[in-house]
Design a protein around this ligand. Structure first.
Ligand code: PA5
Length: 437
């Protein structure tokens, strides 16, 4: 298998009979997913997306990305939730921490907006792009989500002011539903370049659609490799046999642990450019599984940073945590620890080693400490931070969480709970059609 799932440290938490005893349930979950007999079966198009995507649209995305790179200093990507997290996570994952601050790097900066209602954020971003060329990618399946719609109004107005109404049309790229919604209507009226979010793919499963692909391509990410990696995962991860399928085994193990009272799962990394990966994973897992008053609560920790804050709780707080580490075997760059004549910093023992050598020993030490402290830890080992690996990793967690949801008896593809607050907000804002109950 391309990715290794290391569950060797779970021995004291999971007996050897437990995984095989989950096999029958996993087989049933697999049938629900593959045969479409489970709840939410209209939302499984992501399953075969890596082999079955619109190749013409894909080529158009690459062409448009080149256009944006040539005519824009900034691409403002407007979207929230599933129309934001995947793209942001991938752009961060595929690039170094300071790529966008490096002035010798003339690439278009991809910046996200419409993912909050912060007025200061919008103000500051408008100020940042002042005097620069920019384009907009508006991403919304429904076309009516408040946060992105507000941001779109503001940035569209700026665009028209800067370029005039006609040229502004050429700088607006819309990603939305094929037929429905306010945005599609606007696309038809104005003639914006547009891309389709397939009907059978929910927001949190949409990163490998144009939702993610256009921003990733503009950032310089290799979307061909991304899809190839996902394709490899689609090929490798369709066998329900728990001895063969690491994604399914991950799903089974986290459910075994959940049923023993480990109700919170921390996704962890040892690379700062993977912070947003955890945010993407939190939406994928939390929205898929947290319903009907059950489900693992997804959280995250960024290490070794958070060992100096959350570390205390993880080591000795309530025993409700399990950890899943995504560990990079070969980081993009490694750095030697230099020689120093004096040993006042007491680091001479590290001379001749690299920083990643220390990072990996830290990881090993943490796994042992947390395991000894009563926290179950699994590790997904990824070879590198390439686009190919990311494609595989995305599919790995998508298929794992779909199976995991079915194992816990929920519809992994709906999110009825995200609507509740909106009604209250609309009443408070006097939106037409909304009145107090
Ligand atoms: O997963 C989901 O459905 C949500 O997070 C949506 O992606 C989010 O609310 C944005 O919706 P839309 O793309 O319709 O603007």
């Amino acid at each position: 298998a391309y990715l290794k799932l290391d569950s060797s440290k779970l021995n004291r938490f999971v007996n050897s009979n437990e995984v095989p005893e989950m096999q029958a349930l996993v087989n049933a979950a697999n049938r629900e997913l593959r045969d479409g007999t489970g709840a939410g079966n209209n939302y499984r198009e992501w399953l075969h997306l890596p082999t079955n995507y619109d190749h013409q649209e894909f080529e158009r995305i690459k062409k448009d990305a080149q256009q944006i790179q040539s005519d824009s200093d900034f691409l403002i990507v407007i979207g929230i939730g599933g129309s934001y997290l995947g793209a942001k996570m991938a752009v961060d994952f595929l690039h170094g921490d300071f790529d966008d601050l490096n002035s010798s790097n003339h690439q278009t900066r991809v910046i996200f907006a419409g993912n909050s209602l912060s007025s200061s954020y919008l103000h500051d971003l408008l100020e940042l792009i002042d005097g620069h060329d920019f384009s907009i990618n508006m991403v919304s399946k429904s076309g009516t989500t408040t946060e992105p719609s507000v941001a779109f109004r503001i940035f569209r107005k700026r665009l028209i002011k800067q370029y005039g109404a006609k040229e502004a049309v050429n700088r607006i790229y819309v990603t939305t539903d094929a037929k429905n919604g306010a945005l599609r209507q606007e696309v038809n009226e104005k003639g914006y370049e547009s891309f389709i979010i397939p009907n059978g793919i929910g927001g949190r499963y949409s990163v490998l659609t144009p939702v993610g692909l256009l921003p990733i391509a503009v950032s310089g990410g290799d979307i061909d490799q991304l899809m190839l990696g996902a394709h490899k995962a689609e090929d490798e991860l369709d066998n329900p046999d728990l001895t063969q399928n690491n994604a399914y085994r991950y799903a089974a193990l986290r459910n075994i642990l959940y049923r023993k009272g480990y109700g919170v799962e921390l996704l962890e990394n040892y690379e700062p450019n993977m912070r947003m990966f955890a945010e993407w994973w939190k939406q994928l897992t939390g929205e898929s599984e947290g319903k009907d008053h059950k489900g693992i609560f997804p959280a995250s920790a960024n290490l070794t940073t958070d060992l100096h804050s959350l570390g205390q709780y993880i080591q000795q707080g309530r025993r409700i945590l399990m950890e899943t580490v995504v560990k990079v075997n070969h980081p993009r760059h490694d750095v030697d620890i230099p020689h120093n004549d004096k040993n006042t910093d007491e680091l001479q023992y590290l001379e001749g080693h690299t920083v990643d050598y220390v990072n990996t020993r830290a990881y090993e030490g943490v796994v042992k400490a947390h395991t000894d402290g009563g926290v179950p830890v699994m590790t997904v080992n990824i070879p590198d931070e390439s686009a190919y690996t990311l494609g595989y990793l995305i599919y790995f967690f998508e298929v794992a969480i779909a199976i995991s949801g079915y194992l816990n008896g929920v519809n992994p593809f709906n999110q009825p709970g995200v609507e509740e607050y909106k009604t209250n907000m609309f009443i408070l804002l006097n939106k037409p059609g909304y009145t107090n109950k």
